[in-house]
Structure formats: structure tokens, C-alpha cells
Design a protein around this ligand. Structure first.
Ligand SMILES: C[S@@+](CC[C@H](N)C(=O)[O-])C[C@H]1O[C@@H](n2cnc3c(N)ncnc32)[C@H](O)[C@@H]1O
Length: 300
């Protein structure tokens, strides 16, 4: 079903500079929205959204999730693209000030962040700010994109027969938009023994691959690239460490959505499953569960 864009919401200008004492501060909930599919929200996240007076959300929260916010709640896009330091809307301090200003009006504030607030999400910084200002707070975890997307593309993060017994989440980009200061030789050494998931790494893909190869990671290490995982726009590309940079260019991969890079043996797992099945994989969709329900209803 095609969805219209979410309705425009009222957006009141608040005085964020007021420093007067407030006894009835509204609570602020740092809520993880998960990777995009609204069915991957936690129950608690849904409950907070349903009663929020104001929702301060990042740019990449999916429309389907935003639709769950009641019509009478104020919604403010604070404009930070998940992981893209370019095109940043409000600066972090302005977001802090907004949370405080709404809380000082006694409102229930949901600060809605993609994935999980504590995984590359600046949740820690926002929490420090709230605590410093005595604002009642909570953190509602979300499914971090590495977990949601790995399930969506059938790449297990660990697998005994693939000798993959640990997982490494890292960022593919530093604040200076260069390669982050990671232990590249360790990453290269473990390439065939773990699943490394790079967040925010698409722009540095070529450099990530060449650096890992220079440090001795095998050329044929399986690799998967996923954009807008778990959403209807999900795109995947499966390749290897040496071929991925060229494959991305050849296939004109990517429409500008958030992307994750999976590196390690289980990135070849979907191919292994197809081999096992001998035909295209048969995935159960939401409607299959509804149909099943109606069969048992009919039997009852
Ligand atoms: C600033 S980080 C925020 C991560 C988020 N807190 C989480 O737990 O997933 C943004 C990065 O998360 C990844 N990301 C978020 N949602 C994604 C999705 N649906 N598909 C692929 N990658 C996603 C991308 O690497 C993006 O650049």
C-alpha cells in the first residue's frame, strides 16, 4: 500500500535560552526507533510515542514510524541525518536546548533516534546534558541497524560452522571525515574469524577496503553492502573485499540512504542458503502470518 507523506505538524518557536527555575520538568525519553521497519520498534518505544507531547526526531526516521505519532503531538525534525555530518540541521547543542525548553514547559518529550540511542547515536552526550539539568530521563533501547539489517539480509553475525565467533561494530568515518583510528591490523587479521560491521562507512568504502588489504586481510573475504536495510527501499550488494569498490561503481549502488558494510565469512551466508535450497529463497512475509491466523480461526 502506498503511503502519503506524514502530515505537517505545528512547530512552536520556544525560547531555548531561558534559565529560570522550573519545578515541573517534563520527562525526556531517548528512544531508539530501530532501523526503519516500524514493526521493529519495541513496545516501550511505541508506548512513549503514543503519549508524547513533542517528538524531536532525526532525519532518517522512516515515515512509517513517524506515522505512529498521534496527530496532536508536535513533531520537530531536528535534521541530523543518521551518520551524515554534512547537511546537518541543528547542531548538537541546539538539540540539547530544545529538549530542555520543552521539558521546562512540562511536556513529555521523545527524542527519537535511529537504531539504538547508545550505538553511534550520541545518546551518551544527550544523557549527560539531561542529567546536568536535572531533567527526568529514560533510555529506550532500539534495534541497532547492524542487528536489524543482518536479520533482514540473512547474514548471521556469528555462526559456528563459519568459524565466526565474535562481532565487531565500528564506525567507518571519523569526525574529520577521514578513516577512523581503528586497529586495522587486528581487523585484517580477524577478517575471516569475525563479522565486522562498519556504520557510516559507505563514503570511505574504497579506503576501508584498501587499508584492510594492505594489512593482510584476504582478498576473497566476503563482504555485503546494504542501504536502507529493513525498509521497502532496501538494496544489497554481495561481493568480496577486493571486488567491492569496483562492484559498487559498476552497479551504481546507493540512492543516498544510510548504509552498512558487513565484512566476514557470513557475508556469504545468503549465497550458501540459496545453494542449500537450490532455488530462490522463500521468505515468509507479514501477510503469511495473517493468512495462517485466518486458517486457525476458520478451524476453531
Ligand atoms: C549515526 S549512525 C546511528 C546508528 C544508530 N544509532 C543505530 O544503532 O543503528 C548512522 C548509521 O547507521 C547505519 N544505519 C542506520 N539505519 C540503517 C539502515 N536502515 N540501513 C543501513 N544502515 C543503517 C548507517 O551506517 C548510518 O550511516
Amino acid at each position: 500500500m502506498a503511503l502519503d507523506s506524514p502530515p505537517k505538524r505545528r512547530h512552536e518557536q520556544l525560547d531555548c535560552t531561558s534559565v529560570s527555575e522550573h519545578s515541573d520538568l517534563g520527562p525526556v525519553s531517548l528512544v531508539g526507533a530501530g532501523p526503519g521497519d516500524p514493526e521493529l520498534l519495541t513496545l516501550r518505544a511505541l508506548r512513549r510515542l503514543e503519549v508524547a507531547d513533542v517528538v524531536l526526531h532525526d532525519n532518517l526516521i522512516s515515515e512509517e514510524v513517524l506515522r505512529l505519532v498521534p496527530q496532536d503531538a508536535e513533531m520537530v525534525n531536528v535534521g541530523k541525518r543518521c551518520g551524515d555530518v554534512k547537511d546537518r540541521g541543528l547542531q548538537q547543542q541546539e538539540i540539547h536546548d530544545l529538549m530542555l525548553a520543552h521539558s521546562r514547559r512540562g511536556r513529555r518529550v521523545v527524542r527519537l533516534k535511529c537504531g539504538d540511542p547508545f550505538v553511534f547515536g550520541r545518546g551518551g552526550e544527550e544523557l549527560e546534558f539531561l542529567v546536568k539539568h536535572q531533567v527526568p530521563f529514560e533510555v529506550v533501547p532500539g534495534i541497532t541497524s547492524a542487528l536489524g539489517v543482518s536479520a533482514s539480509i540473512q547474514v548471521p553475525l556469528t555462526h559456528r560452522s563459519f568459524d565466526t565467533n565474535h562481532v565487531h561494530f565500528c564506525t567507518g568515518q571519523s569526525q574529520a571525515r577521514t578513516l577512523p583510528d581503528l586497529n586495522w591490523s587486528e581487523l585484517a587479521k580477524s577478517a575471516m574469524k569475525q563479522t565486522a560491521v562498519f556504520y557510516m562507512g559507505l563514503k570511505s568504502l574504497d579506503k576501508i577496503c584498501s587499508t584492510l588489504r594492505e594489512h593482510g586481510a584476504p582478498d576473497d573475504t566476503p563482504m555485503a553492502l546494504v542501504e536502507s536495510g529493513t525498509t521497502p527501499q532496501e538494496e544489497t550488494l554481495f561481493s568480496t573485499l577486493s571486488s567491492m569498490p569496483e562492484d559498487v561503481k559498476k552497479q551504481k549502488f546507493g540512492r543516498g540512504g544510510p548504509a552498512l558494510i558487513f565484512l566476514g565469512p557470513t557475508a556469504a551466508f545468503p549465497a550458501h542458503l540459496r545453494q542449500l535450497s537450490g532455488r530462490p529463497l522463500k521468505r515468509a512475509r507479514g501477510k503469511d502470518w495473517c493468512e495462517k491466523q485466518s486458517v486457525s480461526d476458520a478451524e476453531a
